[in-house]
Design a protein around this ligand. Structure first.
Ligand code: NOJ
Length: 985
């Protein structure tokens, strides 16, 4: 019998329906799972070293490390010796071999090892097969040059009591003052100390010691529980926390630590420096906050431990997907820095100590020192010290060591359209057609994990991607590309040749028992290729050949994701630290480099897809380390479709730039959640300034390709995309600069104006390369203007209407939804291509426009770099590199070559570009004296006699209101690869 409905039922139905409606209106609040990731006091070595720092702050503290003067030798630019660590009993000393290498570049490298471990004179616990030495191969992955020892570096002749002094660097400008006891180093430039090691006495090298096993049966230790008193070794200070020396449990995973405690730590002080930048990746501001509490500060150190921290939180020192342990300190007149070459889990405390001005000592101003404390779990202590003195010196010297960013193919700096997932090959073609229908430019469409058959990489789902070859051909019609994802976890299943080979060839990462490690990721049970192994790289290369990864084509490129590595059931969503890699190194030692090794293997594979077909690879990575810039681009991982994430992306990408890995960007639109149309539009307007520019979205989100938003959003987004495409020549030139000098592609205020103290912390606006283009993206809802900070007294002109802003300070620039706030600093010449096209490939032979933006004195200069955008021929001279200068005194604009000596390849390239010309020159801030002018005279090298002095039409436009006057030279028909002069006099 049916039960009758209770009388109150209708009311419940209404409530229920209301709830349903409400739940549809609100996007669920998502946020990072804090409990999955350690805080400093849950990471044994971090807790110990922080405690050590607190204890050392007592005035009675003296560091127990001393350099034995009798051991010091100096040869070929290197000082060697032994640092002795005195243990608590005062008798026993631990020998730590020291090497300080003074490099030709003016950089110094300090390395401290531990003799016992170096000699393998230790006993591993359990049955561990791990290596006994401290990890000493980080340099093999991170460093590619700049290591020549200085021939000029010398010990100071003056022997001083308790010190050893080395004079080095350009013309002997640098000095290292090495104090013997306690061991400290001051690095000086021109007699002034800029970097101090161990000033606070926090140097700590946890030496090897034998565990004293306790006889009586022990109760199983719970997480965080203290070790029993009897287990302490005699030589350690009473009260030292040993609870995590021998094993450590977090989130149900126990790390067996066969080598016991082995952390390395050091305090590094930058005296007189208030701002420090760098150590990406963190969702934080550019000028790093302090980490020892206090109003608005952090109370956790910055952490570097590559991890899959999806839905990450803003304004946090928490670790993210990548790690670059490079920090630079900046003040007026000086930039210095340190590079902490260590691949293990690392924490960095930052403290600023202010000294108050003494009113009695006239002329002595108060100043701020930034004190940092670096703590790594294992490995060598290996630190490079840069003494600048400019931000440009620092990025160049760091780039000389770790490599400059790879010159990308030209398509790679255009717009990428991604989502998780385009579901069929027809879907891909459909999206492609719609972009065309709406006249929206784009270059690359991406496939996420669902294109594979059951997450088996190197396969296509036969039901959904029926004809990948046809799909590639379709895209190629407009010179478009496809990027397919390939992750490092290999599905552990039957009938999958890739896993069979991985197992058979024994190329997977091992667990602590030396068996192939098995964990969980997208495909379920998986194994991880160990790209530290050269044999694994060789095998990986084979998988990308066209006849192996069938269905791919020359326009397929690759996305490497989850390479921290992400392991769903692993500690902190990654691999157990006692896993073993090639060479018997523990995962603990190499963790932060792991992503780079996988990225590198894919890069190498993409170079060798087909004999004779050598193209610049494009490989995107999520995890990275110092050196990753040599093999591709990165993005900032799983952000949210929220305004705060749009805002944070600007300092994050700026920080990547000054930290040597500038080819970077954030998911446009936000990965998780559905952005409002306004947010999406503003994100595109900001995304056009990311060096890596890709829209991406989670599988559960609504479709949001630019044509979906509707009017006026679609049109506004299209305008933004066109602006990116119009400026591609300027972007490509900026990439070339990054690839040859290490300079960032987008640059923060301090990098361009290193003397402007007010602008050091400015991180919400950016300059594009050396173009003088200054952008301030709108990152707040409902905003219709922005306040742009101008650091100098040059005129800045609105990019679109030439409104002039002049005077150091903040200027309000209108920014209604359809307006992108973008200014041009006087003094630059900006190359553009103005014809709207569907992809960058179709712009290859388009003519150029030069925008000459005059400075106060009426001068301007700029450059253009151009090559085939595809091959490596540019390395053999196949390029065009021009310098444009406008000399206000003579009223002459010239194009001269910046390229080196021409080769046969140069000539061949010039030939292919022979018909490509400058079709328009716009002079912004044109002098009033040109008003009556109707023509200019053009002179081109190699022109026929009759064309020697060619008159060309010229128009002058008076500016209205605050708008600057401008002039246009119409079609001077000068070759882009040629030398020429245009006389405006
Ligand atoms: C995580 C990545 O961060 C995200 O971009 C991607 O869509 C998913 N993995 C699925 O592959």
């Amino acid at each position: 019998m049916l039960q009758s409905r209770p009388p109150s039922a209708p009311r419940w139905t209404v409530v229920f329906l209301l709830l349903v409606v409400l739940s549809c209106l609100f996007v669920p609040v998502v946020s990072v799972k804090h409990e999955n990731f350690k805080k400093c006091d849950q990471s044994g070595f971090c807790k110990r070293n922080r405690q050590f720092a607190d204890d050392a702050a007592s005035s009675s503290w003296t560091s127990p490390y001393a350099l034995d003067p009798a051991s010091i030798t100096f040869k070929n630019g290197q000082l060697s010796g032994n640092v002795l660590k005195t243990l608590k009993d005062g008798q026993e000393k631990v020998k730590l071999p020291l090497a300080i290498t003074f490099l030709e570049s003016g950089v110094a490298r300090v390395t401290l090892d531990e003799e016992k471990r170096r000699k393998g004179d230790i006993v591993l616990r359990g049955d561990s097969k791990a290596r006994k030495e401290r990890y000493n191969e980080a340099g093999n992955w991170a460093l590619v040059g700049g290591l020549e020892a200085s021939s000029g570096a010398a010990l100071s002749e003056k022997a001083e009591q308790g010190y050893t002094k080395v004079i080095y660097g350009d013309g002997g400008k640098h000095q290292a003052i090495i104090r013997h006891a306690p061991f400290e180093i001051d690095f000086q430039r021109d007699g002034e100390t800029h970097v101090k090691f161990n000033q606070r006495g926090l140097l700590s090298i946890e030496h090897w010691r034998q565990k004293v096993e306790v006889e009586k049966p022990k109760e199983e230790k719970k997480e965080g529980e203290e070790e029993k008193e009897e287990e302490k070794k005699e030589d350690e200070p009473a009260g030292e926390d040993e609870s995590t020396w021998w094993d450590e449990t977090f989130g149900g995973n126990t790390d067996s630590k066969p080598r016991g405690p082995e952390a390395v730590a050091l305090d590094i002080t930058f005296p007189g420096y208030e701002h420090v930048f760098g150590i990406p990746e963190h969702a934080t501001q550019l000028s790093l906050k302090t980490t020892r509490g206090g109003d608005g500060n952090y109370d956790e150190p910055y952490r570097l431990y590559n991890a899959d921290v999806f839905e990450y939180e803003m304004d946090s020192p928490m670790t993210l997907y990548g790690a670059i342990p490079l920090m630079q300190a900046h003040r007026k007149g000086s930039t210095v820095g340190v590079f902490w070459l260590n691949a293990a889990e690392t924490w960095i405390d930052v403290v600023k100590s202010k000294s108050i001005a003494n009113p009695l000592s006239l002329g002595v101003l108060g100043h701020t020192d930034t004190q940092t404390h670096w703590i790594s779990e294992s490995g060598l202590l290996d630190v490079f010290v840069f003494l600048g003195p400019t931000p440009q010196d620092l990025t160049r010297q760091y780039g000389e060591l770790t490599g400059f960013t790879a010159m990308p193919q030209s398509f790679a700096i255009a717009y990428h359209q991604c989502r998780w997932n385009y579901v069929t090959d027809e879907d891909v073609k459909d999206v492609d057609r719609r972009f065309d229908k709406f006249n929206i430019p784009y270059d690359v469409i991406w496939l996420d994990i669902e294109y594979t058959q059951e997450k088996k990489y190197f396969t296509w789902d036969p039901l959904t991607f029926i004809n990948p070859t046809k799909m590639h051909k379709h895209l190629d019609k407009r010179d478009r590309k496809l990027v397919a994802i390939i992750d490092p976890h290999i599905k552990n299943t039957d009938n999958y040749p890739v896993i069979d080979e991985l197992k058979k060839k024994d190329l997977a990462v091992k667990n602590k028992d030396s068996n192939q490690y098995e964990g969980w990721c997208w495909p379920g049970s998986s194994m991880w290729i160990d790209c530290f192994n050269p044999a694994a790289i060789t095998w990986w290369k084979g998988l990308f050949k066209y006849d192996s990864f069938k269905g791919t084509a020359p326009n397929t490129f690759i996305w490497n994701d989850m390479n921290e590595p992400s392991v769903f059931n692993g500690p902190e969503t990654t691999m157990p630290k006692d896993n073993i890699h090639f060479g018997d190194w523990e995962h603990r030692d190499v963790h932060n480099i792991n992503g780079l090794t996988f990225h590198n293997a894919t890069y190498q594979a993409m170079l060798e897809r087909k004999k004779g077909e050598i193209r610049r690879p494009f490989v995107l990575t999520r995890a990275f380390y110092s050196g990753s810039q040599r093999v591709g681009a990165m993005w900032t991982g799983d952000n949210l479709a929220e305004w705060s994430h749009l805002q944070a992306s600007i300092p994050m990408v700026l920080n990547q730039g000054i930290s040597g890995f500038p080819f970077s960007g954030a998911d446009v639109g936000g990965f998780f959640g559905n952005p409002s149309k306004e947010l999406l539009t503003r994100w595109y307007q900001a995304g056009i300034y990311y060096p890596f520019f890709r829209g991406h979205a989670h599988i559960d989100t609504r479709r949001r390709e630019p044509y979906i938003a509707g009017s006026p959003y679609t049109e506004i987004i299209t305008q933004a995309l066109r602006l990116r495409y119009q400026l591609l020549p300027a972007w490509y030139t900026a990439f070339h600069e990054a690839a040859t000098t290490g300079a960032p592609i987008i640059r923060p205020n301090f990098y361009i104006h290193p003397e402007d103290e007010r602008g050091f912390a400015v991180d919400d606006q950016l300059y594009i390369g050396s173009t003088g283009l200054l952008a301030k993206p709108v990152t707040q809802e409902g905003q219709d203007s922005v306040s742009i900070y101008i650091a100098d007294t040059e005129p800045y002109y609105d990019y679109f209407d030439y409104t002039t802003y002049q005077g150091a300070g903040h200027h309000t620039v209108p920014a209604p939804l359809d307006k992108i706030p973008l200014l041009m600093q006087g003094g630059h010449i900006i190359p553009r291509r103005d014809r709207p096209r569907r992809s960058s490939g179709l712009m290859k032979f388009d003519p150029f426009t030069l925008v000459v933006v005059l400075d106060k004195a009426g001068n301007a200069k700029g450059s253009l770099y151009l090559d085939d955008g595809e091959t490596f021929d540019y390395q053999l001279g196949a390029s065009i590199h021009r310098r444009f200068s406008f000399d206000g005194a003579r009223s002459v604009l010239t194009s001269t070559s910046l390229g080196g000596r021409a080769t046969a390849k140069t000539d061949a390239f010039l030939k292919t570009m022979a018909k490509v010309r400058v079709e328009k020159i716009v002079v912004v801030g044109a002098p009033a004296a040109w008003k009556a002018k109707s023509q200019v005279v053009v002179m081109e090298e190699g022109a026929k006699e009759s064309q020697r002095r060619k008159p060309v039409g010229f128009e002058y436009f008076e500016g209205e209101g605050r708008g600057a006057a401008w002039a246009v030279v119409r079609d001077p028909k000068v070759g882009i690869g040629k030398g020429w002069k245009i006389d405006f006099a």
